[in-house]
Every structure is written in structure tokens, then in C-alpha cells.
Design a protein around this ligand. Sequence first.
Ligand SMILES: Nc1ncnc2c1ncn2[C@@H]1O[C@H](COP(=O)(O)OP(=O)(O)OP(=O)(O)O)[C@@H](O)[C@H]1O
Ligand SMILES: [Mg+2]
Length: 281
Amino acid sequence: MDERVTTTEEGPTKKSTVTAKPPPLEVHDLTVAYHRRPVLWDIDFAVPKGRLVGIIGPNGSGKTTLVKACLGLVPLASGWVRCFGKQPSEQRKRVGYVPQRESVDWDFPIDAIDVVMMGRYGGLGWFRKPGSKERKIAGECLRKVGMADYAKRQISQLSGGQQQRVFLARALAQRSDLYLMDEPFQGVDAATETAIVGLLNDIKAQGKTVLCVHHDLQTVTEYFDWVLLLNMRQIVFGPTEEVFTNENLRRTYGGRLNIISDVADAVARKLPDKSKDKWTG
Ligand SMILES: Nc1ncnc2c1ncn2[C@@H]1O[C@H](COP(=O)(O)OP(=O)(O)OP(=O)(O)O)[C@@H](O)[C@H]1O
Ligand SMILES: [Mg+2]
């Protein structure tokens, strides 16, 4: 049977005989701009199911913006994103998110267990209060990240690494098929990092897909089987052993100033007006 899927500017369109399952995440010809200034462009990749993918690039290279675009949290200037063949907004239950630490209000008066329960709301439906089943799942997820003893502790009273683990537990509780994690190893000690890597591999073993923003170049080949190298534009995407090369790293981290000043201005001139001042976050 013909399993081809064609893609157009509007999104993937199936041919009449198509049966192939859409990939967990597909990004096509994506451009994102803040206040008309592009911060991401030429982004075009499809993540196969069951991979651990590292998103690698220098500070300000658009990693968080890409993650947010994949979640439908920032407007797109052009291109499209599909999660399992649908708009991100239609797939909230299937996509788990661990935000970058600095973007979270840790003073919000809420216990660790309640943060984790928030990961379950997508599975509950409107107006249903979480019950003992949800609480049990949330407790189990806290245990998996070694935080069971802190269930009733307010999140503002946890250390940075402990807060990070609570957010991982929250994503786990959602029982998603695709996870987007923005620097989950930031601010955790070596033992916690090893534990998180173990969790990621457990998730992968269940046939699920994980994208992780990651900074430590030393551990990339050990942790991730695919990588996306990013510096405002996509440098390369593919299996780690094929694309994580010195030459590609030099293209990602070297000559950055040239990329920003020359290409950003060139793309800005081409941007459609619809991107103007849409961003308010
Ligand atoms: N809300 C915003 N409004 C305007 N510009 C923004 C906004 N958020 C990010 N930017 C800019 O977009 C660019 C990409 O930012 P982004 O946060 O995606 O980078 P990053 O690769 O995640 O960096 P880091 O490694 O520091 O987390 C940066 O130049 C940043 O200043
Ligand atoms: Mg970031």
C-alpha cells in the first residue's frame, strides 16, 4: 500500500490511500519573530517516534522559542507545526512540557503534589476535580523522581534541583506520548542528572518521544540518539553519530555574530505584516 504523505503550506495532507502514522512532531518551514524581529527561521524537521532528541545551541539561539512554537505558545510568522498530525492546541493531552526554570513563578503558593496533579488535569475533562486516583498517580510520579517525601512542601521552599524534579514528575503524570523539556538538567547535581537520564530512557523504552534542550556538549552523544543543532536557523538535524560533528558545532557556535546581523536583517525585510506585534508574553 502507498504510504506516502504529501505536505503543503497548510499542513500535511493525506493522499486517498495513505495509512502512514504522522510523526510525533513535524515542523515545516517555520519562522518565529518577536516584535517583527525574527529569532528563528528555516526550521524544518520531523522527529521519528521513540527517539531522544537533544536541542543544542548557544544562549539566545531560539531553543526555548522553538519549544514554545511546538506547543503553540507563540505565534508563527510562517510555516506550521504538527503534533501527531494535528495542531499543537488539539494535542495538549499527548504533549508534556517541562519549562525552563527561570520562566516559572516559584513563589506561587502550591504544594509539590498539587504541581504534579496539574499534569493530570488534561486527562480529567472540564470541572472534574482530581480524586484519589489522580493523587495516587501524582504520588507515584513524585516517587519516581525521588521527591515522595516532599509532597506537602510548598514549591517555593524546595531547592532548585528539587523544583526541577517536581516539574519532571508533573510531566510524567500527564502520561504523554511526546515530551518537550527545556533544560531539565539545569541546576541539578550529578546524581539527579543520572536519575533523570534513566527516566528519559524509561520513557523512550515505552515508545514515547522526548525533545530536550541541552547545554552540556560533553554528554550529548551519551544522552541523545538524535540532535537538532540550532542557531536561530536550523544548522542540522539527524542521528547524533552522523550530524554531531566538529564542523557542525563550529557552524552552530562559531561566527554567530555574522549570522545575527546579516541574516536576521535580511529575513526581517521578507516577513509578512501578520507577525507584527502579535507577541505579548
Ligand atoms: N518574549 C520575548 N520578547 C522579545 N524577544 C524575546 C522574547 N523571548 C525571547 N526573545 C529573544 O529571542 C531570542 C531567542 O530566545 P530564546 O529564549 O528562545 O533563546 P534560548 O536559545 O532558549 O536561550 P537560553 O540558552 O539563554 O535559554 C533571544 O534573542 C531573546 O532575547
Ligand atoms: Mg532557553
